[in-house]
Ligand binder design. Sequence first.
Ligand SMILES: [Zn+2]
Length: 435
Amino acid sequence: MGQHSSASATRLLGLDGLEVVSAELVGGEWQLDVQTTATVVGCVSCGVRATPHGRRVVRVRDLPIGGRPVVLGWRKRIWRCREPACGVRTWTERVTGIAPRMVLTQRARAEACRRVGKDAHAVAAVARDLGVGWQTVMRAVADHGRPLVDDPTRLEDVAALGLDETSFLKATRLAPTRWVTGLVDLERGRLLDLVGDRTRAAVAGWLGARPAAWLAQVGTVALDPWRGYASALVAPLGHATVVVDHFHAIRLANTVVDQVRRRTQQATLGHRGRKPDPLYRIRKLLLTAAEQLSSRGRGRLRAGLTAGDPDGEVAAAWQGKELLRAVYAAVGTAAARAALDRFYRWSDGVQVPELSRLARTVRAWEAEVLAFHSTKGCSNGPTEAVNLLVKKVKRVGHGFRNFANYRLRLLLHCGVRWQTHRTARLRGRSPRFMA
Ligand SMILES: [Zn+2]
């Protein structure tokens, strides 16, 4: 390789203090021999000019170039101090971009963390692009991600707190579903933390670790009325207004619609819902907000109910769900109160057991349901948005086994603010002149 292309290759590499000596494409990977540019070095101890004492080649992987993995062969210099009075004999040089004994350069590790954390790419995909193993990428994610997640300013200024459960591990033949609770900043739509259970104790433990000043500024807490969370709030957040927000209430109502649909399928067909069954075919339409249905959707919904819901119980549950939605859509507390009465009258009248149970829950939480209208900054949007992000991470990380990794990746994806500047991107540039 000529002098000119070596200089270009060095610019392309862009690693401070290192120049490219040669570049070769081997088995689909770029192999770059690099060395430091420094020629005059003082002793690390006494400062006397050091003399070269040979080299040792260190292999380290860097960001891909033109979509190909890159292996740097760093011809690391060993220096020697000839000053007799100095205690230092020899030492090997260092560069800031490559930490000792690392498989990846610092910027490749940072990029791996950004891709897995911010972009929610699969660890395996990032590992493939870099030409390293899964563990190497996950270690980089942990090393670079933990400081972001542990940054105490991340939790500052929370005025509205949302609690929401999500499954961490689906049930298997041997173990029940494992649940976790997500704590969400409802004003910023950010995940604050994840605790390893959905119990009162798990939430109480997290709240117990917050300073009094932090707790004092939380004015609103939104939660799922079916969980034991509320009692965990009594002591630390007794001053806050508890709200059953839109998101949780509608999720309960949707669950009721699903339950009645399943029971009706079983009763009328003698089996669980299958693809051609009329109610099974409208299962998603049943959960769609009425005003979001197209005229074709409304037609399909009506036809499905006519064919599969002889006693009108599914239709009654659906109507109950829509009436509860109206409570949240109402403008002002008085209108919400009136809408709530319509929901009660309907639920009490139609005598569908699942809907009666929902009405009992709503009655028990009536103040918290109506509080939705008297609190600002407590919309369903944030919890829902965070839940979608959580689903995305779960999809790419299919089958998380390790709660610490799961928490780290969720927080990196929906709990930290990433700087807008990116690490050097080499992928898009053409490496042709290097060949
Ligand atoms: Zn010395």
